[in-house]
Design a protein around this ligand. Sequence first.
Ligand code: G1P
Length: 297
Amino acid sequence: MVKLVKKAVFPVAGLGTRFLPATKSVPKEIMTLVDRPLIQYAIDEARAAGIEEFIFVTSRGKSALEDYFDHAPELEATLERKGKQDLLDALRGSNMDSGAIAYVRQHQALGLGHAVYCASRLIPDEPFAVILPDDVIAGEIPCLKQMVDAYAETGGSMVAAMEVPADKASAYGILDVGSDMGAMVSVKGMVEKPAAGTAPSNLAVIGRYILSPNVLRTLGETQAGAGGEIQLTDAIAKEITDGDGVYGYRFRGQRFDCGSKAGFLQATVSFGLARPDLRGEFSEFLDDLAAARHAAE
Ligand code: G1P
């Protein structure tokens, strides 16, 4: 029996420079898709997968993110008095249990691998999940839940995987596929941000991981790799050379790269259209916009 995955690490120390000037004072994880911050989507996905402890790796300037998870008793009381039940439900849905959240600081931006390593002391010896909140995944069954279910069969370590166009491979961690079993692939190598034309496949790592605690030990010794940063991909690849199983899981769902402006806009449109309370007005607006563009061509 594999151990249950109860802890998740959220690396949220990044500077978010691609969204300056907004991120001058607002952490990018607090930027909203419709009416919920990016981080809320990540938390909800973790909860749906059975995660009970949430570890945030933060940095300077992220206090708004820490405050976001505090309860808001005055606001709750006001909404209750006014009988605004739907807003109250939305607000309470973001409440976290006392003690469920831990924050650790990454003092230097040494890379994703280093950020995850910063959580080591809070994860003594058990498998754990990592969620990159920039990767927002819409799916009937939340992506991490799909992975936790698949992981119950395989053990080892598992990364979410998605086919990407060949000319985009150098923006990702790329899997060297051993055997391809459909949704699941066994991985025989991994390379972070391969140089153009050298990617071993077009199957890319997307920001959801279930990792063996060995990966944390390895990260403590991992040297800087691609981009001069300590890479999580390199530590996971070491699992393979050590003879431990690493799997890629082709999740069902649509992934949005909310670390990029275009991806963020696409997610906004898609999530807006998916909302019953907005769909009518919003799709009418989009249709008008498309018609006007068409007419102007
Ligand atoms: C990170 C990982 C990379 C992965 C990507 C998915 O890269 O290092 O392996 O493919 O997330 O979004 P980043 O986007 O932080 O450069």
